[in-house]
Design a protein around this ligand. Structure first.
Ligand code: NAG
Ligand code: NAG
Ligand code: NAG
Ligand code: ZN
Length: 454
């Protein structure tokens, strides 16, 4: 076979294969291989690890520089099928890949601009083992868990669960799929993300948990970036064909504007969106996209059309706010500098990456930034922030630090202990155990009640 014929085959097979049906894990793998082989200029296929049963967790990255991070280009991700029996997200993300590639090949402006300004990572299934066990029931939870019977959306370290619990369940003891995602978050500076589920139709935003246990039940557990999260959730619900109505499913809602604070809906411990936000400074939503967890295959084309615009509009929101770099007194990028916005006291302050970069999603307005870095004067600057998504770029602003004149050594900023859950205990584990046990039992009950919802 001539190489040009092979190229043509590779180019066309993927589009042919993308029928509206549920592809098996190996079909998804094949599809991703074909797309990446046919589009090496804008895609890069990699694995973040393996499931408990040894299936690869494949991620397709798309962008004009798909293999490496480019300074100034924010990293986005979509994750689907974390609950193995919530399957619509798998279909939607494969369609989205096809659509982005097709748009680029057809030189459509939206796709060129998106791929030129953003690196998009897509994990179509985070729980392939669960999918293999799933039945097609709309409500039941067979296949929800991973092969060890663990709910992956309860399996992450939880900033509200107390230091004692973080240490009990250190990284090595976590589920393979959870470890893979934690490692993935450490490998790139992700800025914005969504996690696709089913069993309701709503855009849910952090926090899912609270340090008040059940005291606050029925109330919201709000983050310092609540305005941004509400905006992001509404971008999805209003670009979706009907999510914003908020009353689409009989057994959940109604949800005003089709959005909800996670904790307000129901508290949960160890969720992925809180982990992303608190520890990886990545804003993540949980998108519930179908009343039935396993929609009939003949409904898939319409469900894709309902979500297509919202999936693309949400990615574009990564260009909210401000981005740039922090440079030290000698003009080198400053890694681990703390970049804070006045009035937004994040549980774990956002820090610059190894390129000295920071990304801060903010709605238009004036904000005072404070940059802290060892050996340098604290820098305070007020910025007037425009709306970036329409231009496919957040406002760019670099911070230039000045070395501290005095020779007295500054004490490094005290790190909130929950920001580093692998830290050895300082005071010998004096945390009261019983309070946490009660909390955990309580959460267990809620978890059981909620199993049938999302
Ligand atoms: C990509 O973005 C750069 C600016 O960041 C611009 O100069 C270039 O023309 C863009 N290319 C496309 C294809 O949009
Ligand atoms: C932000 O500051 C500018 C001046 O730098 C001012 O003109 C503008 O009205 C301010 N915007 C808001 C929302 O306060
Ligand atoms: C977190 O703790 C580990 C182990 O004690 C340490 O190596 C690491 O530097 C800490 N990270 C931060 C950001 O302090
Ligand atoms: Zn779910």
């Amino acid at each position: 076979m001539s190489s040009s014929l092979l190229f043509l085959l590779l180019l066309f097979v993927p589009t042919l294969m993308l029928e509206f049906r549920y592809h098996s894990n190996s079909e998804i793998e094949q599809y991703l291989f074909q797309v990446s082989a046919a589009n090496p200029d804008i895609t890069h296929l990699y694995s973040i690890g393996k499931s408990v049963k040894g299936q690869q967790l494949w991620v397709l990255a798309l962008g004009l520089s798909p293999r490496h991070h480019t300074v100034g280009v924010p990293e986005f991700k979509y994750v689907a099928n974390m609950h193995g029996n919530e399957v619509l997200g798998r279909v939607l993300l494969l369609q989205l890949i096809g659509e982005l590639v097709r748009g680029y090949r057809d030189e459509e402006a939206w796709s060129l601009q998106l791929l030129n300004s953003t690196r998009i990572h897509i994990l179509p299934t985070m729980n392939p083992d669960g999918f293999d066990e799933a039945d097609t029931h709309c409500l039941f939870s067979r296949g929800r868990f991973n092969y060890n019977g663990v709910d992956l959306n309860r399996g992450f370290p939880d900033a509200f669960a107390g230091l004692r619990k973080q240490q009990q369940l250190n990284e090595e003891q976590r589920e393979a799929e959870v470890r893979a995602v934690i490692g993935w978050l450490k490998s790139e500076t992700f800025v914005l993300s969504a996690n696709l589920h089913g069993g309701a139709v709503v855009a849910s935003y952090p926090y899912d948990n609270s340090d008040r246990g059940f005291d606050l039940t029925g109330a919201a557990s709000v983050t310092p970036d609540d305005d941004v999260f509400v905006h992001l959730a509404k971008v999805y619900s209003y670009n979706h064909a009907s999510m914003h109505r908020g009353d689409l499913c009989d057994d959940s809602g109604p949800f005003r504007d089709g959005i909800t604070n996670g904790y307000h809906w129901y508290p949960l411990e160890g969720g992925m969106q809180d982990y992303n936000y608190v520890w990886a400074q990545c804003l993540e939503l949980t998108l519930e996209l179908s009343c039935c967890k396993f929609p009939q295959p003949n409904e898939l084309p319409a469900l894709w059309m309902d979500n297509k615009k919202a999936l693309l509009a949400y990615i574009q929101q990564i260009h909210l706010g401000v981005k740039g770099r922090v440079f030290d007194g000698s003009g080198s990028p400053a890694q681990n500098a703390v970049v804070e916005v006045e009035g937004r006291s994040n549980m774990c302050p956002f820090r610059t990456n190894k390129h000295g970069e920071y990304y801060r999603l903010l709605l238009p307005g004036n904000y005072t930034f404070k940059v802290t870095y060892a050996g340098h004067d604290v820098l305070t600057e007020t910025l007037s922030v425009p709306y970036g998504p329409d231009q496919y770029s957040a406002m760019k602003h670099d911070f230039m630090l000045r070395r501290t004149a005095s020779t007295t050594v500054q004490a490094p900023a005290e790190l909130n202990p929950t920001c580093n859950y692998t830290l050895p205990p300082k005071g010998g584990g004096a945390t009261s155990g019983s309070a946490w046990t009660g909390l955990t039992v309580g959460f267990g009950l809620v978890t059981v009640l909620q199993l049938l919802i999302d």
